[in-house]
Design a protein around this ligand. Sequence first.
Ligand code: FES
Length: 111
Amino acid sequence: MPDNRDKHITISVGYEGELYTIETYPNEYRSLMMLIYDKIGPEDFGDCLGMGRCGTCLVRIIESPGRLSCFDRNEDTTITRAGISDKTVRLACQVEVDKELDGLQVEVCDK
Ligand code: FES
C-alpha cells in the first residue's frame, strides 16, 4: 500500500486575524473542513459533518494554485440559501484533500 506521508501539502488558513500554516498529506483528512476543524477548531464549524447542508464551514479562497477536487454534495444549494453570491466562497467540507491543495490560501468566513 503506497504511503502518501512524504507528499507534503502546505496550506494557509486565516481565522479571526491569525494566519495558520498547516502541513498535511493526501488523504490524511477526508475534506478541508475536517482538516481545519482538527488543526484550528473554529467554533460551530462543520455542524453537519460534511453533508453540505449546514453552511457552517464556509471559507473564502484567497489563492488556489491547483484545481480543487470537490465532492459536489449540495454545495450550490447551501451557498445560495445562505445568500452568498461571491464565487470565491466555498464549503470546506466539499473540498478534497489532495496534492492540488498545495499552496492553497483560504480564510474562514465570519458567521
Ligand atoms: S459541514 Fe455542513 S455544509 Fe459543510
